[in-house]
Write a protein that binds this ligand. Sequence first.
Ligand SMILES: NC(=O)c1ccc[n+]([C@@H]2O[C@H](COP(=O)([O-])OP(=O)(O)OC[C@H]3O[C@@H](n4cnc5c(N)ncnc54)[C@H](O)[C@@H]3O)[C@@H](O)[C@H]2O)c1
Ligand SMILES: O=c1ccn([C@@H]2O[C@H](COP(=O)(O)OP(=O)(O)O[C@H]3O[C@H](CO)[C@H](O)[C@H](O)[C@H]3O)[C@@H](O)[C@H]2O)c(=O)[nH]1
Length: 337
Amino acid sequence: MGTKGAILVAGGAGYIGAHCSKAVAEAGFTPICYDNLTTGHRGFVQWGPLVVGDIADSIKVADTIRQYDVQAVMHFAASSAVGESVADPQKYYLNNVAGSLGLLQGMREAGCGRLVFSSTGAVYGNAGRDPIPESAAGPTVNPYGRSKYMIEQILSDYRAAYGFSATALRYFNACGADASGLIGELRDPETHLIPRALMAILGHVPDFAIFGTDYETPDGTAVRDYIHVDDLAGAHIAAIARLLEGHPGGAYNLGTGSGYSVREIVDAIRNETGEQVPLIYRERRPGDPPVLVADPRRAAQELGFEAGRSDLGSIIRSAWAWHQKAHPRIARQTGVS
Ligand SMILES: NC(=O)c1ccc[n+]([C@@H]2O[C@H](COP(=O)([O-])OP(=O)(O)OC[C@H]3O[C@@H](n4cnc5c(N)ncnc54)[C@H](O)[C@@H]3O)[C@@H](O)[C@H]2O)c1
Ligand SMILES: O=c1ccn([C@@H]2O[C@H](COP(=O)(O)OP(=O)(O)O[C@H]3O[C@H](CO)[C@H](O)[C@H](O)[C@H]3O)[C@@H](O)[C@H]2O)c(=O)[nH]1
């Protein structure tokens, strides 16, 4: 058991939750992974116990918090594909909004009122500003972003009514992998740009496409702010420390402040890997805003946040190393070493 006590990591078997669990352990806490393993992996839970459960199950949440004397909760558990949320909004409101209410109810029942919540740049919709300050949240343009913004608003009410302290970390595009090679981005099906492009090189994605070449951006493809998952993990530790010191929390952008187009990302992947990316072009993906770039100054000032590992080279090289390891059979078939 870490000397500083236990942190409940809801969604700790997933991509970002696993990286944050490692950082939690390195900071001297014990991460208690609470996950229903829908998109997560049992093998990613390496730094503390795994409780298999659903966040909607408030009784199990409360029991787990009491059993491990949990100090604070990190909440990553969600459905998180923008395109899918447009096609199946009910899944997003049930899992993200109703599920989070179950988690919050369990926290209240067990007397634990400190939460760090995985929010998203999708709360800004078509912000029309670049970079985007925290004050620009809403209106949203897809059910995924709406579900996350609803939870942020619910958290404000819990802060006012029940004395909760809650920090919403609005990540922009999480990417990269831990240098250990133990964990990385691994979903089935994979929807995110960088892993899909790398899996296309390895022969694992036959139909990799750029979605939309007619955006009002310099090269016509959508622009995003790519942030290394290890930089995100550092911000979570700082956010937890602030809550444990008695701070009421707030909302913070986590991004670099620099945007790259989809085409620039594909070119950078080609340069870093030395491989061709098999590529086709498709129409825009429903729900995608043209540009999302963070103003990260508030997180820098108040959380000491630094995007120190988020240059494109570090992101792509670490993700590429992970994917070559995660898909060794395919890598061998294509002769990638
Ligand atoms: N990946 C990104 O670029 C990005 C950007 C902004 C915000 N986020 C948010 O960060 C969080 C983590 O994202 P990720 O990319 O690691 O996704 P992920 O799918 O890899 O991880 C989510 C984890 O939550 C678990 N989970 C889902 N629903 C659950 C439930 N009802 N009960 C218990 N466990 C449940 C899954 O099994 C999985 O382990 C999500 O909340 C996501 O919305 C991600
Ligand atoms: O095969 C692909 C996959 C993606 N894209 C494009 O690449 C960009 C990035 O797409 P991702 O799916 O990688 O990421 P999103 O920007 O859709 O969403 C991510 O970042 C958002 C905030 O910026 C949310 O937080 C969300 O959780 C997170 O998945 C988008 O323009 C998308 O259309 C492609 O062209 N081809």
